[in-house]
Design a protein around this ligand. Structure first.
Ligand code: SAM
Ligand code: SF4
Length: 349
């Protein structure tokens, strides 16, 4: 137990302007018995802010082409075994149509940094989606782009942008990425997105090669400075065809613990129970929700394509159509006294 005592740590986490690094460190190191109180508090705070509803976002994986070479990712350009596909504008609009009929109010377009799907192309797709569905939210998760590119996407009507910082530590960033990418630029992008009025999501991979508690503390301190609307964290999972193919996967327990800590620190944040969590753990979605997550992102990418969005091995693919997928999710959530909330689920301060 830390010198400050568990209640002291919790009150710093909930009330302090900035959480000192030694406090983050002590919290990360609490043992399993000491964590229980924090986890049930995190669950209570989630319910106080969002009730028993869990927001759903329709995930459309628009391209498996990527110009980058992140060392952890199966879509990296150098992975010659990756099967590449690119959705057309018509494909994407069809996905949105299907998702709208199912009741979704947020579409998330995610993909590799595909040079063919440039800013103008994406902006055109966003404009068309917004013309058809003016009241629905469009979230983009399309990597690092120029300041002007982000401005164009925002003026086309995109509401939210997800860009994980992956690791806030410059040195660790260079373990995970080639020299063409930098933590400084990633952080620049995130602050720029915020200035442009996007609801911004960030987060880190947990258990990536070379990561220790010190790096996680830096990640938490960075999130404190960014104050994101959305926080996506998931375990690192090895991907074949990458330099990290034989590394160990991240810990589910640590991810769940971090979700609870983040819920205490960011009571209003939209925190997904990620696919990576569900991939490593049979009931990962439910466990994530019970730890303090409040968003799930069902995949509505046409199944023939989705199977080739292989960012890591054994990625959980749906084996049913989207409608059945939603029914199954509703059942899972009902079993833990939650339900699917089809609202837009915007960030509210
Ligand atoms: N290209 C965009 C980007 O990098 O932000 C969006 C797509 S990328 C596949 C989405 C997220 O997948 C990344 O932010 C990263 O955290 C996660 N990811 C990639 N490879 C992973 C792996 N091996 N294990 C767990 N998550 C991974
Ligand atoms: Fe490309 Fe994103 Fe994968 Fe990096 S994580 S290789 S940017 S798809």
């Amino acid at each position: 137990m830390s010198e400050k005592g568990i209640n002291g740590l919790i009150s710093i986490l909930r009330d302090a302007e900035n959480v000192p690094k030694d406090v983050w460190h002590s919290l990360l190191m609490l043992d399993v018995d000491e964590r229980k109180e924090v986890v049930s508090l995190a669950r209570r705070i989630t319910e106080e802010n969002f009730g028993k509803g869990v927001f759903v976002r329709a995930l459309i994986e628009i391209s498996s082409y990527c110009k980058n070479n992140c060392r952890y990712c199966g879509l990296r350009a150098a992975n010659k075994d990756a099967v590449r596909y690119r959705l057309t504008k018509e494909d994407i609009l069809e996905c949105c149509n299907e998702a709208a009929l199912l009741g979704f109010n947020t579409f998330v377009m995610q993909g590799g940094e595909d040079v063919v799907q440039n800013d103008e192309w994406i902006a055109d797709v966003v404009r068309s989606i917004k013309e058809l569905y003016p009241n629905k939210a469009v979230t983009l998760s399309l990597g690092e782009r120029s300041d002007e590119g982000y401005a164009l996407l925002r003026s086309a009507g995109a509401d939210r942008y997800l860009l994980r910082h992956e690791t806030a530590c410059e040195k660790h960033y260079s373990v995970l990425h080639p020299a063409t990418m930098s933590s400084a630029n990633r952080k620049h992008c995130l602050f720029r997105l915020k200035e442009l009025g996007f609801q911004v999501g960030s987060g880190m991979m947990v258990g990536s090669p070379g990561q220790s508690a010190d790096e996680l503390v830096e990640d938490l301190a960075f999130l404190d400075s960014l104050k994101p609307a959305m926080i996506g964290i998931g375990p690192f999972i090895p991907a074949s065809g990458t330099p990290f193919a034989n590394e160990k996967a991240g810990s589910v327990e640590t991810v769940l613990w971090l979700i609870s800590l983040l819920r205490l620190r960011f009571p209003k944040a939209l925190i997904p129970a990620t696919t990576a969590l569900a991939t490593l753990c049979e009931n990962g979605t439910e466990q994530g929700i019970l730890a303090g997550a409040n968003v799930v992102m069902p995949n509505v990418t046409p199944r023939g394509y989705a199977k080739n969005y292989t960012i890591y091995d054994n990625k959980k693919f749906r084996d049913s159509e989207s409608a059945q997928q939603l029914e199954l999710l509703e059942k899972k959530l009902n079993a833990i006294d939650r339900f699917v909330d089809y609202g837009r689920g915007d960030y509210k301060i």
